[in-house]
Write a protein that binds this ligand. Sequence first.
Ligand code: SF4
Length: 302
Amino acid sequence: MTNLSKTLRENLSKHYTINRIKTNLIQKSNDGTIKTRFKLHDEHLIESVLIPVERDNRFTVCVSSQVGCSLTCSFCATGKMKRMRNLDPGEIYDQVTMVNEQSLEHFDKPLSNIVYMGMGEPLLAYKNVMKSIELITGKDGLNMSPRRITVSTAGIAKMIMKLADDEVKFNLALSLHAADDTKRDSIMPINETNNLDNLMDALAYFYQKTKNKISYEYIAFQRFNDSIQDAKNLSKLCKRFPVKVNIIEYNPIDGSEFSKSDSGRIEDFMDYLKRQDITCTLRRSRGKDIDAACGQLANKEN
Ligand code: SF4
C-alpha cells in the first residue's frame, strides 16, 4: 500500500500480521451442499459447510470453532482427531465471509443463517466464539441478526450459565443424542461430569435469563436411542422450558458401532413426541457423499 508512508508500512509489518485463512479444497455434493477445507496460517486444516435450501431461501453455513476436538463423542469423526487449538475470532469470521461469497456466487443469495456445529466445541473456545459473533453481527461486519445464529454445545453446564449471565442474543442448541444418563455417558464422555440434571438446570436458567430459542439435536441411532421408551425419556426433558427437537439422520463414520435408524422407527418416535405436543422436525442428512454431514468433518478427501 504505497499510499501509506514508508515508516507506517514498516511499523505495521513489524507489529501486525494478517493471517487470513486460505481455501484448500472445495467439494460439492449431489444435493448442492458445498464443503470447504481451509488452511490456517500454521498449516492446520478446518472445514466449513454451506447447506442451501433454495425453496425456503435458507443458506446456512456450519462453521468450526476449534482445530480438532477434545470431547471424543463416539459417533463423531472430529472427536477422533486430537484437539490442536481454538480458532481465533478472525479465523471463524473468515469462514463466514468466505462461505458467504460462495453462497452469492453459486446461489445469488447471501447466507441467511450461521450454525456453530462444525469441528470443535464452541463453548470451550468461548471468548473467541463470542468475539466472532460480535464481528458477524457488527455494523462493520455482516450486520447479521443474532437471531439467525445458533451455537451448539455438547453440554457444558457452567458455560451455558455463563451464556445466560452474558445475556447473549443468539440461539442455543444442545447436542443431546440420548435422553438418559447411562446411554449418554456411553456415547458422550462429557456427560459424566455434566449430567442431564445439571444440563437441564443450566438450560432452564439460560431460558429464564434470555428467552432465546433452545433446541435439542438428536441423532437417531438404530436400536440405541430410537425406541418409544427413549421418546418418553426425551419428552420428559422438554417440560421445563420451550424447546424444539431436531431429529437427525445418522451418517455412519468409519469404524462406528452405530447405524442409521429405519425410517419406520423414526416415524414412530416422532409421532410419540408430536402426541405430547413437542415440536420436532426431521433433519435429512445433507452432503453425506462428500463427508460433509453432521459428525463427519475430519479433513478427509473423497
Ligand atoms: S460431536 Fe462436537 S463435541 Fe462431540 S466430538 Fe464431535 S465436534 Fe466434538
